[in-house]
Design a protein around this ligand. Structure first.
Ligand SMILES: Nc1nc2c(ncn2[C@@H]2O[C@H](COP(=O)(O)OP(=O)(O)O)[C@@H](O)[C@H]2O)c(=O)[nH]1
Ligand SMILES: Nc1ncnc2c1ncn2[C@@H]1O[C@H](COP(=O)(O)OP(=O)(O)O)[C@@H](O)[C@H]1O
Length: 231
């Protein structure tokens, strides 16, 4: 468990492994894992005002507007001033990065550079358990029982936005809006970029980066829920 507050953000296009790597960071270092996609999906399931609004954009394969995302995310982060966390999926735009900057300071920003063909292939095989946000890949981390979540045994689904026809436009759009965010964190001196086609090969480098940033971390710690609801 970290002895001081530590905050990391993981940036990357859809399918780059933000969720997978953030879950490993959370588990290895005892941090909370916060996922913007999960927040959005929770709000859609709960039919909150923000969730209903967000769904109208997601249904059109669009990003949720900055003001909706910041209203969803920032109050949660403000409640977690005494917790260390790793955040994936936010910020995605410069406006979100600026709003985050006004709320808290970050120790590390990890940017994942994964080739386009690899992203397409991964997302084609990505299946999720909607209720928990648990993510599977039919090749990389298949479920124990085909098509079923390992814990609840409920059916897995493929998200509409992961279907091949929606993918290329999504990935192109990511590049355009991510550049100023990456430039901002590079100028602050906290950006660390990792390239490759396999999460398992990138992971040791990320692990050693974070170990170096929080030397007081006592190695692998307790297992936490991957998609934490903690306040
Ligand atoms: N084949 C393969 N799949 C991976 C690898 N790393 C992650 N995945 C899978 O690729 C998909 C996208 O990963 P995810 O963490 O959801 O990416 P995100 O959209 O950036 O959060 C998921 O189905 C993962 O299980 C890898 O190294 N190889
Ligand atoms: N920071 C954000 N800004 C705008 N929209 C977001 C943000 N995070 C999540 N969303 C919306 O929720 C959807 C699902 O998010 P996520 O699970 O992070 O998907 P992926 O990593 O596959 O893009 C996104 O496609 C987008 O519409």
């Amino acid at each position: 468990m970290a002895n001081r507050i530590f905050r990391a953000v993981v940036l990357g296009p859809p399918g780059s492994g933000k969720g997978t790597i953030s879950a490993r960071i959370a588990q290895s270092f005892g941090l909370q894992h916060l996922s913007s996609g999960d927040f959005v999906r929770e709000n859609i399931s709960a039919s909150t005002e923000a969730g209903i609004l967000a769904k109208t954009y997601i249904d059109k394969d669009l990003l949720v507007p900055d003001c909706v995302m910041t209203c969803l995310l920032l109050p949660r982060l403000e409640q977690m001033t005494r917790h260390s966390w790793v955040l994936d999926g936010f910020p995605r735009t410069l406006a979100q990065a600026t709003a985050l900057n006004d709320t808290c300071s970050l120790d590390v920003v990890i940017s994942l550079n994964i080739p386009l063909e690899t992203l397409k292939e991964r997302l084609r095989h990505r299946w999720i358990h909607p209720a928990s946000g648990r993510v599977y890949n039919m090749e990389f981390n298949p479920p124990q029982v085909h098509g079923m979540d390992d814990i609840s045994r409920e059916p897995l689904v493929q998200r509409d936005e992961d279907k091949p026809e929606a993918l290329v436009a999504r990935l192109r759009h990511y590049k355009d809006i991510a550049k100023p965010v990456i430039d901002l964190y590079r100028s602050k001196g906290i950006l660390h970029s990792f390239s490759g086609t396999e999460t398992n090969k990138i992971w040791p480098y990320i692990n050693s980066l974070i170990t170096g940033k929080i030397p007081e971390v006592q190695g692998a710690s307790q297992t936490l829920p991957l998609h934490s609801q903690e306040q």
